[in-house]
Design a protein around this ligand. Structure first.
Ligand SMILES: Nc1nc2c(c(=O)[nH]1)N[C@H]1C(S)=C(S)[C@@H](COP(=O)(O)O)O[C@H]1N2
Ligand SMILES: [Mo]
Length: 515
């Protein structure tokens, strides 16, 4: 009996630990500010009467935070043990304690960070793991007699009860070891996120920080994508489940392959080459016609040309094979990196150091090419070589080795399916043909004649361009289409194609109803 209760208590502590560890792992993985355990500790500070809290804090001095977290952890373990003991007789009884513990974690996070996306995932995930671990660990204890710690004598088979006890202890030990490992990984992930955030905050880059769109780039129609895409709204596409957390002092770039000299650059070496700021529209090859995997930002970085010049690419080379710290690769034509376009090893976006999501500390940005063949984030290696000798990540998966951006245009307003009043309606959107420039945008209704839209100013051929067409809407259902012509006189093809293997094409078409 005592042995059974004792093992139940142990199982409860281990199950509570498994739940807390799972929560720590999810917290670190999802880059949340506080784990449920930390949030609970923070709530306890907030709920403690001021005088008591101050007294306690002054007595324990700077150790107050870790002590408080340790105390909260102890509280979880004590309640976990109680749940474990209960569950030897009634699983429902034991689990209700765990449900309460989970609810406390969820409530603590909810009251400290209610608005953060995903903030409740660690608490809910941790609760589920704890509940499951309790059920599994105490199953053998509920089944009946567990032998006390008596040495096995003789050579006969071990009694069943003794076997159950062993199995229980082995399982509990394994779960506890897994929990310690998961908790440690979670803490390590959280610490690396915090380190990158503080490194970003401390950086003083010699760049323009107050970023505003150049004059005249907006057609002034509500609902059109702003010319400058704010970083939080900028699309993100990568294969990293969790973005690499790479500190500037740990970053270096190796330039090698068909070069006169192998070059290694540190972050400071790179900055010393001189930063430039350029507006460049980046888009994804997976962007469907009318899609939103596209954004425009002011990038600050060092021209790739300058960096390559240090290594002196040799004759016969036609590609730069870039690699990120997490092993992703891209093949970018050497010519696009050596000609006059502002291909950058970028360190900042819209006046702020890159975020971890967008490639901190250094990424590539090359106007005129889809991201999958040019925009390597967390870039650490540039190999000058030949297209015939390498294949990049997406090329191995069936996408084209070369990915020049196709001339495209999109109707942002009105929305497809909109109900409008008759009269003059502003049809507006964006068009892009990076590094060629947009010369003309035309709109037509119901397959009628193409009408030229008015274009906003175009300070660079590397960014998208806004356009507006004032359409005289008559009642009925209508189909609106747009097409763009680039500065080379090439008009967007009507041939509709989905994204694979080298980018979508076709005219963006929407339907509207006019009253
Ligand atoms: N390291 C790494 N860099 C990468 C990718 C990736 O998966 N891994 N995806 C590329 C693709 S397909 C695109 S479209 C752009 C997107 O950049 P963004 O996430 O900053 O918008 O990054 C490129 N750089
Ligand atoms: Mo992409």
């Amino acid at each position: 009996m005592t042995s059974r209760a004792g093992l139940g208590g142990l199982g409860g502590v281990v199950a509570a630990g498994a739940g807390l560890a799972a929560a720590e792992l999810l917290t670190g993985y999802l880059h949340q500010r506080l784990s449920p355990l930390q949030a609970a500790a923070e709530r306890i500070i907030a709920l403690t009467p001021g005088a008591v809290a101050e007294g306690a804090i002054s007595r324990v001095g700077h150790a107050d935070k870790p002590l408080l977290v340790a105390g909260t952890l102890l509280g979880f373990f004590v309640l976990g043990a109680a749940g474990g003991v209960l569950s030897c007789w009634s699983l429902l009884g034991g689990e209700s304690v765990f449900v309460l513990l989970g609810a406390a974690g969820v409530a603590a996070v909810w009251t400290t960070a209610p608005t953060e996306q995903l903030s409740l995932v660690p608490a809910v995930g941790g609760a589920l793991v704890g509940i499951a671990a309790l059920a599994v660990l105490t199953a053998r204890l509920r089944r009946g007699q567990i032998a006390a710690r008596t040495p096995v004598t003789g050579s006969g088979p071990m009694p069943a009860a003794q076997l159950d006890r062993r199995t229980f202890l082995w399982t509990a030990g394994a779960v506890a070891a897994g929990a310690v490992a998961a908790g440690a990984i979670g803490r390590w992930l959280a610490a690396s996120t915090a380190a990158v955030e503080s490194a970003r905050a401390k950086l003083r880059l010699p760049i323009r920080r107050l970023v505003a769109a150049p004059p005249g780039v907006s057609v002034g129609v509500a609902g059109v994508s702003p010319w400058l895409t704010p970083v939080p709204a900028f699309y993100r596409v990568d294969t990293a489940l969790s973005p690499p957390q790479l500190l500037p002092e740990h970053w270096s770039l190796r330039i090698h392959g068909m070069v006169g000299r192998v070059v290694h650059l540190t972050y400071q070496d790179l900055l010393r080459l001189g930063l430039e700021q350029h507006w460049v529209t980046l888009c994804c090859v997976s962007n469907a016609v009318g899609g939103n995997l596209i954004g425009n930002a002011l990038w600050a970085g060092v021209p790739v040309r300058k960096v390559l010049a240090l290594a002196r690419p040799g004759g016969g080379a036609d590609v730069v094979y870039s690699r990120s710290v997490d092993g992703w690769t891209a093949t970018t034509p050497l010519s696009a990196l050596m000609d006059a376009r502002p291909a950058l090893l970028a360190v900042a976006m819209n006046g702020e150091p890159l975020t971890a999501d967008h490639g901190f500390p250094v990424r590539l940005v090359v106007p005129g090419l889809y991201g999958y063949v040019s925009a390597t984030k967390w870039v650490v290696d540039l190999q000058v070589t030949r297209f015939s000798d390498v294949t990049a990540f997406w090329t191995e998966r069936g996408w084209s080795a070369r990915g020049p951006v196709k001339t495209e245009s999109r109707i942002d307003v009105p929305r497809s399916g909109a109900r409008l009043d008759s009269g003059v309606v502003a049809v507006a959107g964006v068009a892009w043909a990076q590094h060629r420039g947009i010369a003309k945008v035309e709109v037509r209704a119901d397959g009628g004649p193409w009408r030229e839209a008015t274009l906003a100013a175009d300070p660079t051929v590397d960014s998208w361009r806004q356009w507006v067409y004032h359409w005289d809407a008559t009642s009925g259902s209508h189909r609106l289409q747009v097409r763009a012509t680039d500065d080379r006189g090439v008009t967007q093809t009507p041939d509709f194609s989905g994204p694979p293997p080298n980018g979508a094409s076709g005219w963006h078409t929407i339907g509207v109803r006019v009253a």
